[in-house]
Design a protein around this ligand. Structure first.
Ligand code: HGY
Ligand code: MN
Ligand code: MN
Length: 402
């Protein structure tokens, strides 16, 4: 089946009719439909498929004679952010299947197995913790912490997995045994490749980033009868903290975003009692990230003290800086026909960063995104660039798998 046919298969799954964006939360019906499609595609290709107790799936192509050789894994994720684009995640999974087809068409007989992965809850959009599946599979997250995670409706992670027909065994680290290399192809999420006029790029590393929950507490009261000076309004403290985060990030050339809020009781005519806001912060190095979050927290607390409100800051997930194997990046960037692929850093998190952190030699390929927009419906990649991505991935797998 061609790449274009595969793309058409999933084009309507989890898509909003109004915005054109996608919502495929982990273990929900749309993501499960994509996953069932993936299993079907793997079966059609005769791949040996296994899903682990964390909900991650790997499908291996083991040509005769590859035996116990360490394998080359590729793939990405099938879940999305709320109202996200079509490409973030699924492009890497589909390109992996298409790259295997391409290698078979070329008559390549790899001397190592080649696997395709679909990692669970990469976005952390449902349970709050990014790269949940790959963290668990590499032993980088305490299973007890994972068991306590709940979605916005209070559904615990193990129950959500069971409801999706999975048998949860959180912390199962058997799936990646025998993986010698990982190569993740991903749509580029900024303007790097557009500015370089290049369809394909290679990642040098990932900026350190984290998610921090800011709980502002105050005093609920009447919106009309409470004079302004008598209020203890957590929304006001929150608003000033949002402005402070933006200013601090701008001053330092870093990134800080408040994109999710919960207001209690969320009533038009009442001062709220509580506002919970999530800061997503990303910086060029670990020390700068720690300093940025500390400064935003300090300014938030200072404001809360003036407003007579409270603020507690909780780090929900922090991902340190990732430097991908530079020799591997240089090799993939140069060892193919045509001009070298540019090597560039990204501010977006990926399962590839988690596997690299577990000591697996890892590389990433990026496909140009002409809008430069991601985590939004306008995320895009032209078909010609997607096909160039499939070729680039097939070339890279051929180099690594021999
Ligand atoms: O949030 C991120 O950086 C990613 O796209 N998962
Ligand atoms: Mn994403
Ligand atoms: Mn992604």
């Amino acid at each position: 089946m061609s790449f274009e046919q595969m793309w058409a298969d999933l084009a309507s799954v989890g898509r909003s009719r109004s915005s054109g964006g996608y919502f495929r939360p982990a273990f929900g019906s749309a993501e499960r439909e994509c996953h069932a499609w993936f299993l079907d595609q793997c079966a059609t290709r005769g791949l040996e498929t296994r899903t682990d107790g964390n909900g991650n799936t790997v499908a291996w192509w083991r040509p005769e004679g590859t035996g116990d050789q360490p394998g080359v894994l590729t793939g990405s994720h099938l879940d999305s952010v709320p109202d996200g684009g079509a490409y973030d995640g699924p492009l890497g999974v589909m390109s992996a299947l298409a790259a295997i087809d391409r290698l078979r068409e070329r008559g390549v007989a790899p001397s190592r197995p080649i696997g395709v992965a679909a990692f669970a809850e990469e976005e952390g959009s449902r349970f709050g913790l990014a790269c949940l599946g790959s963290r668990l599979a590499t032993g980088q997250l305490d299973p007890a912490t994972a068991r306590e995670l709940r979605d916005r409706d209070g559904v615990p992670l193990p129950d959500a997995m069971a409801a999706a027909g999975l048998a949860p065994d959180l912390g199962d680290t058997s799936l990646l045994d025998g993986v010698g290399w990982f190569v993740e192809l991903h749509v580029e999420q900024g303007r790097g490749l557009v500015d370089l006029a290049a369809p394909i790029g290679v990642a040098s590393g990932i900026w350190p980033h984290g998610r921090y929950r800011f709980d502002f507490t105050g005093e609920a009261n009447h919106a009309g009868t409470t004079v302004m000076d008598d209020r203890h309004d957590p929304m006001l403290s929150c608003a000033m903290t949002v402005l402070a985060a933006n200013k601090q990030a701008r001053l330092g050339g870093q990134r800080a975003t408040f994109g999710r809020f919960e207001v209690t009781p969320n009533s038009t005519n009442a001062v709220p009692s509580r506002v919970t806001a999530w800061l997503d912060a990303r910086c060029e190095d670990d020390a700068t990230l720690a300093a940025l979050v500390a400064e935003v927290s300090r300014l938030g607390r200072e404001r809360a003290a003036r407003d007579g409100t409270g603020l507690e800051v909780t780090a929900e997930s922090v991902s340190p800086a990732v430097a991908f194997d530079p020799d591997l990046a240089a090799r993939l960037a140069g060892d193919h026909a045509g001009p070298d692929w540019p090597v560039l850093a990204t501010q977006a998190g990926h399962d590839a960063g988690i596997l690299a952190g577990a000591g697996i030699p890892t590389a990433m390929l990026f496909v140009r995104n002409p809008t430069g927009i991601s985590h939004a419906p306008a995320e895009h990649a032209e078909v010609a660039d997607c096909l160039a991505g499939v070729d680039a991935l097939a070339d890279s797998l051929e180099r690594l798998a021999g």
